[in-house]
Design a protein. Structure first.
Length: 137
């Protein structure tokens, strides 16, 4: 008679243990969606209405400081990566206000923030870039 309650208990425990194993083998969570390209930090990947891009390094920031009168407005040049389908990447350079051929269209570095000020260097982690991609089917 004592074997019967043990058998009943075992018959309840075994299915629970097996279901816990099955639950742990579930699919990995979906990766978070990429942000759009309207405010991208250095090193951050973003979706630019088609291609996935990543600003890697500031090559030049010679913009005229806001509190100074300049003869030339200066420019911003960035080393960039285009992350292609399948994970391959291709390097390119983006220049503020200039269209650059990319994929099946062009990419434009539209805006760089913050603005420069005399005597106040900008930390690389404070930069934000806005891109616009035109093209595609």
């Amino acid at each position: 008679m004592q074997k019967m309650p043990r058998l009943v208990a075992l018959s309840l425990v075994v299915p629970l243990a097996l279901s816990a194993c099955a639950a742990s083998r579930s699919a990995p969570p979906e990766p978070a969606p990429l942000p759009d390209a309207s405010s991208v930090a250095l090193g951050q990947r973003a979706y630019a209405d088609g291609p996935v891009i990543q600003p890697v390094r500031i090559l030049e920031d010679s913009r005229c400081p806001e509190n100074v009168m300049c003869v030339w407005a200066g420019q911003v040049r960035l080393k960039m990566r285009w992350i292609r389908p399948g994970g391959r990447s291709q390097a390119f350079e983006a220049i503020l206000g200039k269209r650059i051929p990319l994929a099946d269209g062009t990419i434009l570095l539209e805006r760089v923030t913050p603005a420069r000020h005399t005597g106040r260097p900008i930390k690389s982690e404070d930069y934000r870039f806005a891109f616009r991609f035109d093209g595609g089917l």
